[in-house]
Design a protein around this ligand. Structure first.
Ligand code: PMP
Length: 323
């Protein structure tokens, strides 16, 4: 659908996949005024097609819109429209175990004007694409290193928004990490370069002694929906979970004392991704002996169980699109 000043959002349509008509001076191309979301539709064994907490994605989309000066969408309307779209395209939701239909809603600024200001017109678009199982080769622990040169986001910036600029800022670091055979980088805060933020496309958790710790949301990291769900689940299991500032030297100290039991990332793509190696300068921390730890495994089983309709989750987490 389109947004035009004075008219608001209008004319939602479903079209075959293809190029968008775009002015070469469209503001999204020059000033990065765009936001997006990432979610999935899952096919349960009994044929139901399920979305996982989709209202959270539309809420976050609007939070991103606000930061990027993009007019907000009607969350209930977008959710209903998405449910109808997935129902129409239901045959594209894979039958293969652990595969899903990836859903990418996004908004781009379309006004053709060279000059920095908020656009007066936008497209809201949803792209669907089947995606294969994330862990084709099993739940293999990943290697990450602590980024020392580059910063992804700073407080007061737009790290909490899901917008292309944050990912553009991370490309160079990601490329250098890949060259060194690391899966992703662990970002530190942009001021003291000490406090842990998140990894490339995941939030991060550490099991230190009996406490599960994840960095608190302070404006520079993405408030992941998997992160929020993991926190809620672990609290319901009676685990001690903390959202707080966590310095990399605290993690290193815990490692030296034998208290660093597990480290894992959370995100829509990987769900729960165990981290087997964390490198900070010359210090290499090997975690979990190449195995996934019990907290990570329980979270993975529970979250994927809920997503694929095998496990009853908390009320409202599974939204049934069609049967
Ligand atoms: N941080 C970043 C930078 C991400 O791109 C993602 C993936 N959306 C996440 C965290 C995890 O968020 P979610 O659990 O909502 O997928």
């Amino acid at each position: 659908m389109e947004y035009t000043e004075g008219r608001g959002w209008h004319d939602p349509v479903i079209k075959p996949y293809g190029p968008l008509p775009l002015d070469p001076s469209a503001m999204c191309l020059h000033y990065g005024q765009e936001v997006f979301e990432g979610m999935k539709a899952y096919r349960a064994a009994d044929g139901r097609i399920l979305l996982f907490r989709p209202e959270e994605n539309f809420k976050r989309l609007n939070t991103s819109c606000e930061r990027l000066c993009i007019p907000k969408v009607d969350e209930a309307f977008c959710l209903k429209a998405l449910e109808q779209l997935v129902e129409i395209e239901r045959d594209w939701v894979p039958h293969i175990p652990d595969a899903s239909l990836y859903i990418r809603p996004f908004i781009i600024a379309t006004e053709g004007k060279l000059g920095v200001h908020a656009s007066n017109s936008y497209y809201y678009v949803v792209v669907l694409s089947p995606s294969g199982p994330y862990y084709a080769a099993g739940l293999d622990p990943v290697k990450i290193y602590v980024e020392k040169s580059y910063v992804r986001a700073v407080r007061g910036g737009m790290g909490f928004a899901k917008t292309g600029g944050n990912y553009a800022a991370s490309l160079k670091a990601q490329e250098e990490a890949s060259e060194q055979k690391y899966a992703q980088v662990l970002w530190l805060d942009g001021v003291e370069r000490r406090y842990i933020e998140e990894v490339g496309a995941m939030n991060i958790f550490f099991v230190i002694g009996d406490e599960v710790v994840t960095p608190a949301l302070q404006g520079s990291i993405l408030p992941g929906i998997t992160r929020k769900s993991a926190l809620e689940l672990m609290a319901s299991w009676g685990l001690t979970v903390s959202e707080r500032r966590l310095a990399i030297d605290e993690v290193a100290e815990a490692y030296d004392k034998g208290l660093l039991k597990e480290c894992f990332g959370t995100g829509t793509a990987a769900v729960v991704s165990p981290v087997g190696e964390l490198k900070w300068g010359d210090k290499v921390m090997e975690i979990g002996g190449g195995q996934i730890g019990p907290v990570s495994q329980r979270l993975y089983d529970t979250l994927t169980g809920i997503q694929w309709g095998k496990v009853e989750g908390p009320a409202g987490w599974s939204v049934e699109v069609c049967k």
